[in-house]
Structures are given as C-alpha cells and as structure tokens.
Design a protein around this ligand. Structure first.
Ligand SMILES: Cc1cc2nc3c(=O)[nH]c(=O)nc-3n(C[C@H](O)[C@H](O)[C@H](O)COP(=O)(O)OP(=O)(O)OC[C@H]3O[C@@H](n4cnc5c(N)ncnc54)[C@H](O)[C@@H]3O)c2cc1C
Ligand code: FES
Ligand code: FES
Length: 503
C-alpha cells in the first residue's frame, strides 16, 4: 500500500453504513469484520484513509447511535460515553473538580477543532501510545465497557492496549463507555474517626508546538497524608509501544515523606523503566531525559493538589457531590428501530444542508468531503483546502454551531446540518461582521488562504468565551496559527472585539 498519499478529495471508495442502534452497529461489525472501520469523530480514521494507511470496504459511522454520548455519575465515580467529545470532557465541571489530570489531558489536546470533533472512544481505540487521555485514564484505574455479539464485558484500560495501533477489541466489538472509579479515599484519622489526607492528580505533556502530539506525557494520581505519600500511580505516554505505568517508580514514592529529591528519584527510576524510540517527534535519549523532569513536575502538582484537598476538608469530594445534581445524563439508551442507512461505494445519497441560511438538497457519494461540497458544488470557496489532514485549520467552518474541519467531515454524515462559512459572516446587505471590522482595524491578517479559517475560529471563540483572556485567545486559536504571518495583531483584534462585547 502506498503510504503518504494525500489529496484534496478522498480517493478511496467505500460503502457507508449508518446504524441507528448499538445492536445494529455490532451486527454490522460482526458481518464485515476486518473489512470495516468504525467512524466516530473521524479525526484519526479519515486521515488514515487519506494517507492510504487503511482502505476499509465499509465505514460504519456510529456517530448517530444513541446512548454512547455524555457524562454521568457512576458507582461514586463517572461514566463517560465513548462518543463524548474531548472538549466536552475538558469543560465538564465534574471532570475538572474530581479528575483534574483528565481535564488537563483534554486541554492539552491538538487544536480546538480536534477537541470539538474527536471522541474519547476514538482516542482509546486508535491504540496510539501518544493518545493524550490514556495516561490519565490509566492513572485513575479506568475500566472500559466493551459491547459485542456476546454481550458486554469490562476491561481495565491497561489490558486494552496491546501495542502501537493494537487493542484488545474483539471482532464485532465496540467501545461503549469509560468508567472512572472514585478517587482514592483519604484514610481515617487515628483516634478521631474523621478522615485525613487527600488525593490529587495532574497531567503534563511536552510537544514540539502547542497543537501537536506528545513527545512525552505523564499523569499522576497521588494520595497523601501529612508529609507522606500514601500511594501514587504514574502513567507515561509516547515513551513506549503503549501508554504504560511505571510501577517501580511508584514503589519509590509509596509510604515516604514527599520531597523534591524523592520526586526526582522517582523520575530517574521511571526513565529506566520506559522503552522510548527515535521518531519524527523526538529521540529516545531526549525522551528518557525529559521523563525525569516530567515526573518531578507532575508529582509536585499532584502533591500540592492533594494537600489542598486535605486542608480543605475533602473539597474534591464535596465538589463531586455538587456536580452529581447538574451532571449530564447519558442519552436515552433505548434502541431506535430505524434500519441502518447504507450507501454503496458507487451510489449517491440525497442530503439536506442549510449553508449560510440557504437550504440545499444534494446527492453525495460516501467518500465526498464537506469541504469539496462547499467549494466545488456550492462554489463557496472561502473554506480552503490547505493540508487536508486536520493540521492547518484553513478549512474551518461551523457545523451545527461548532467549529469543524470540513476536510475531515463526510458530507453524507452531515445530512440535516446547519453550516456557516466565512461567506455567511457578513449580513445579506453586505455589512461586515464586527469581528471582520475588528480584523481590518487591527490589520489582523494571515494570508488570504488562512484568514477565513482564522475568522471562523475567532467567531466561535467569542461565542464560547465572550470576554477571553489573552491566554484563552492564544490557546483557542492554536490550530490556526501560522509562522509566516503576524499572530499578535489577531490576538489584539479578538481581545478588542471581545471587550466591546460587539460581535
Ligand atoms: C491535526 C491532528 C491533531 C491531533 N492531536 C492529537 C493530540 O494532541 N492528542 C491526541 O491524543 N490525539 C490527537 N489526534 C488524534 C485524534 O484526533 C484523536 O485520537 C481523537 O480522539 C480520535 O477520536 P475520533 O472520534 O476522531 O476517532 P476516529 O477517527 O473516528 O476513530 C479512531 C479509531 O478508533 C476506532 N473507533 C472509534 N470509536 C470507536 C468505538 N467506540 N469502538 C471501537 N472502535 C472505535 C475507529 O475505527 C478508528 O480506527 C490528532 C489528530 C489530528 C488530525
Ligand atoms: S485543510 Fe483542513 S485542516 Fe488543513
Ligand atoms: S500560509 Fe497562510 S498565513 Fe501562513
């Protein structure tokens, strides 16, 4: 197979299947076996197809299967549906309060668009040692709920990952949910019957640029009492064939008084336990060195957080109780009865798209991308084809109100959606959006190719965070930055627009 091919269209043809229930999805997976690939957010699979690394005969889009999306309390911890988006997890109060390392891992993830589109299920099932959520899930002792032809089974995340790109998923199996146990509980305090101690967690990632996969990453979950580490779990990403725990380093910490020297010693032991390689992102030597510093830093943060919980009288536990009332409940798990949508590789399917307020009825092939439909069929050329693999942000549009990379969206899957492109920002009478005016006022431009995507992202940013700080602006736009033009003036334009509240 020819690797590294990429073009503005998706060359490979496949049959598109859109099951309406979990049962249908499992039965399709069982029927088509290795010839099928599951599609969730598509941010990994569609890149793999474009690069000709996989060539499925069937693409099974599980995105519309009910019951797989959302965060809910479960057995004192949380249950996160496999289709839950990375950004939803990052922003969920119950994750931020109880599982800081997971919220931080989601925040460190790729670009904002990838966070909005990518799912936790896809992050686990692609089997990458660089998957950002996995070190945190492993450190928390997460369990995976897998559904297949023989029913459901539960597997610890450590047993799920077998090697690069390899998981323990069996034929016909789908990842349904991730279950997070409650944090380790503080110990009863001697003689007083009250609890003492606290638990804390943290995640750190080192990457070449902000919107990139990890050179190395680490998550720690630590239980402390007074000046002593009671227990600790450390899991590293991108420094071996799978994400893995460093148990000898954990043993260095257990039961000892915490100090910077102890954290460094744990880092030195962890550096001996990992098995990094040289690749495009880093060298094995660098990875081994940086792991020492990462271990030290992550332990320091987790230690301090555990101390805050200890001092605050089990603040985190109170936090998680608070969220239970307002938590998202997993969507209705009733199985729908409608049959699977099937579109053969040489067939087309009629879809409806409302683009910039105008409804279009189009006949599309399974492998047609939203970007191609917008540019070539509707002649809306504002969204640009840049990299084609999710890295530049030039193709960004809004899909049902959220930023989306149109080079990684199948048009057939977008049936019934509302799309906003840069052409739709101005009013019908031609008056520019205040954001466009602010860009002009601040001379805030990238090149003609990249500016439309940047405008769509800044519009979305101001919708989500009306008065962003400079750090929030820089973080939100990390997937659209380009070294060849000025970024400072864009940040100023957005801040100016946000402060005025005029957008
Ligand atoms: C530009 C760019 C930047 C990225 N940056 C990061 C990053 O910083 N950190 C990071 O961790 N990842 C990153 N990724 C990788 C990817 O975006 C994430 O792994 C994402 O979480 C994948 O989720 P998805 O829903 O898009 O998966 P998909 O592409 O839909 O699926 C991924 C794989 O998992 C399988 N699959 C998906 N869901 C299930 C399920 N429920 N059951 C069984 N199999 C399933 C699919 O068949 C496929 O093989 C990046 C990708 C791109 C293109
Ligand atoms: S063209 Fe879509 S992200 Fe580059
Ligand atoms: S290539 Fe467009 S701004 Fe750099």
């Amino acid at each position: 197979m020819n690797e590294m091919t990429n073009s503005h269209i998706l060359v490979h043809g496949f049959e598109y299947l859109e099951p309406a229930s979990l049962e249908e999805a499992i039965s399709l997976l069982r029927e088509h076996g290795d010839r099928a690939q599951v599609l969730a957010g598509g941010t990994y699979l569609l890149v793999q197809i474009k690069m000709e690394r996989v060539a499925p005969e069937y693409v099974i889009n599980v995105g519309k299967v009910p019951g797989l999306d959302g965060i809910a309390p479960h057995d004192g911890g949380l249950r996160i549906g496999a289709l839950t988006k990375i950004r939803t997890i990052r922003n969920a109060p119950q994750v931020q309060a109880g599982y800081a390392a997971l919220a931080e891992a989601c925040a460190a993830f790729g670009s904002t668009q990838i966070q909005v589109m990518g799912t936790i299920g896809g992050n686990l099932c692609n089997g990458s040692p660089a998957s950002d959520t996995v070190p945190a899930l492993m450190a928390f002792g997460a369990q995976l709920v897998l559904a297949g032809p023989d029913g459901e089974r539960i597997l610890p995340v450590e047993e799920f990952l077998l090697g690069p790109g390899q998981t323990a998923l069996r034929d016909g199996e789908l990842l349904v949910a991730v279950q997070l146990p409650p944090l380790p509980q503080p110990l009863p305090s001697e003689g007083r019957g009250e609890s003492a101690g606290g638990a804390g967690s943290a995640f750190i990632k080192i990457s070449r640029v902000a919107a990139d996969l990890a050179k190395a990453s680490v998550a720690a979950v630590l239980l402390r009492e007074g000046d002593r580490v009671v227990d600790c779990r450390l899991a590293f990403g991108s420094v071996g064939p799978t994400v893995s725990r460093t148990r000898r380093a954990e043993e260095v910490l257990a039961g000892k008084p915490f100090s910077a020297e102890l954290a460094l010693e744990a880092g030195r032991v962890a550096a001996e336990e990992i098995s990094p390689i040289d690749d495009v992102r880093s060298t094995a030597w660098y990875r081994r060195e940086v792991v020492k510093a990462l271990a030290h830093d992550v332990l320091q943060v987790a230690w301090e957080r555990a101390g805050e919980q200890e001092a605050g009288g089990r603040k985190q536990e109170a936090g998680s109780r608070r969220q239970e009332a307002g938590s998202t409940v997993l969507r209705n798990t009733q199985y729908a009865t409608r049959n699977t949508l099937r579109v053969g590789p040489t067939e087309t399917h009629i879809i409806n798209l409302t683009v910039n307020g105008v409804r279009h009825t189009l006949s599309v092939a399974p492998n047609e991308l939203l970007l191609n439909v917008l540019r070539e069929r509707l002649e809306l050329t504002g969204a640009k084809y840049g990299c084609g693999i999710g890295e530049c942000g030039a193709c960004t549009v809004h899909l049902d109100g959220k930023p989306a990379l149109s080079c990684l969206v199948l048009a057939v899957a977008a049936d019934g959606s509302q799309v906003l492109t840069v052409e739709g920002l101005a009013r019908p009478d031609g008056e520019l959006d205040p954001l466009q005016e602010a860009f002009i006022e601040h001379t805030a431009f990238q090149c003609g190719y990249c500016t439309p995507g940047m405008l769509m992202m800044t519009k979305s940013l101001l919708g989500e965070i009306p008065s962003p700080t400079e750090d929030e602006v820089r973080d939100y736009l990390k997937g659209n930055r380009c070294r060849c033009t000025g970024f400072a003036s864009i940040v100023q334009a957005v801040m100016g627009c946000g402060q005025d509240g005029d957008h």
